[in-house]
Design a protein around this ligand. Structure first.
Ligand code: PLP
Length: 377
């Protein structure tokens, strides 16, 4: 069996360090909001290149809390993409915001900046949530430009893009998560930096947003038992922070290994001339893609599904991210969208297939995936 993702192979590489880290937390007796969370917040913020980090219980909570801290309220317009994980859109929806979707580009899976500008011209938008999907950075320069031009707030959804970068025309390289008013990360186990359970973080340069997030994650109380707002119980646990600090040390290495896997796929697709569209690994001198997922495109739904079934019969796991774009989800019916509104997102949901990728995936396994694919094209 070739898994889509395997947590245990990674665990075997770092088991001793992880167990020690967990043991230290429990032995210290301080398991909620202690030194481990604080240190991780500082590490992540400085890695991204911003001032503050606020650990919370999940990426989904990070979205909700960050939006509230940015002042998004009932009736505000929030723009995002229909081709992302559900939480990106459910967060503004839960706050009573009016969610407007903008279609994605087929070549990047990310929100199309031209279509975003079109909406910004027409509507009074409070905030935009761009998603760096599958680990590929959206054009941060275009994003910064639109932020300035239209005075709109940006919350970057970096749940899948920890460590990804963008090179600006002046040569400056910035990390995803550093150009928005705030950004969120998810530490779900499958993520490039993931723990053994749920976890998330908000990062921001704004003292005000950071303060508000810190308050909202502990029931809206700056001072214990004195509640300024109705907040949440949404803290990153000390155990998770300690685990993440261990894993953080390996992140660059693991990202390199993901890139190696993506290059191996690319070489084999080229050699065999398979009729699939795959993400190109280009030597650009910066990490525009950190390959959280390795997603290829087929001609149509039938060829994609035939491939998926064929691989599954031969015990090769794949996944479809995402089978139904968000504007067509039953729970968002009230937003008034119909089939045909976002043709690129709709087409990608029918044609895309995620192949196995994780740092420990072996070249022989990738060879087996590709040679098995040859049987079903
Ligand atoms: C793009 C995106 N946004 C938000 C989330 C939510 O993160 P979590 O699962 O930690 O709540 C995820 C992940 O699952 C995601 O992929």
């Amino acid at each position: 069996m070739i898994p889509l993702f395997d947590l245990t192979r990674q665990y075997m590489r770092i088991r001793g360090e992880i167990l020690n880290a967990i043991d230290r937390v429990i032995s210290s007796g301080r398991v909620i909001l202690g030194e481990n969370v604080k240190k991780l917040e500082e590490k992540v913020a400085s890695f991204v290149g911003v001032k503050h980090g606020i650990g919370v219980a999940s990426g989904s909570d990070a979205l909700l809390i960050a939006l509230r801290a940015m002042g998004v309220e009932k009736g505000d317009v929030v723009v995002t993409t229909p081709y992302t994980f559900f939480a990106t859109a459910s967060a503004p929806y839960r706050l009573g915001a009016r969610v407007i979707f903008v279609d994605v580009e087929e070549s990047t899976f990310n929100m199309d900046p031209n279509q975003l500008e079109h909406v910004l011209k027409k509507e009074k938008v409070k905030a935009v949530i761009p998603v760096h999907l599958f680990g590929r950075t959206m054009d941060l320069e275009a994003l910064s430009f639109l932020k300035e031009k239209y005075g709109v707030m940006i919350l970057e959804d970096c749940a899948q893009s920890f460590g990804s970068e963008w090179k600006f025309k002046n040569g400056e390289i910035k990390k995803s998560g550093s150009v928005g008013d705030a950004a969120i990360f998810s530490f779900f186990p499958t993520k490039n930096l993931g723990t053994y359970g749920d976890g998330g973080m908000i990062v921001t340069n704004s003292e005000k947003i950071a303060e508000e997030c810190r308050m909202l994650r502990v029931h809206g109380a700056r001072k214990k038992y004195f509640h300024e707002k109705v907040g949440y119980n949404s803290r990153l646990d000390e155990i998770h922070a300690a685990v993440l600090s261990v894993k953080f040390r390996y992140l660059e290495k693991w990202t390199e290994e993901r890139l190696r896997a993506a290059k191996t796929y690319q070489r084999l697709f080229e050699e065999k001339g398979l009729p699939v569209i795959y993400p190109r690994v280009e030597e650009k001198g910066f990490k525009y893609h950190v390959f959280h997922q390795y997603v290829v495109l087929f001609e149509n739904e039938e060829t994609r599904d035939r491939m998926r079934e064929g691989l599954s019969e031969r015990e090769i796991q794949t996944a479809v991210y995402y089978p139904l774009p968000l504007h067509l989800q039953k729970c968002f019916k009230g937003l008034g969208y119909r089939e045909g509104d976002f043709p690129v997102a709709e087409s990608l949901s029918k044609r895309s297939l995620a192949l196995p990728i994780f740092p420990e995936l072996r070249d022989e396994e990738i060879e087996e995936v590709v040679s098995t694919m040859e049987l079903f094209v």
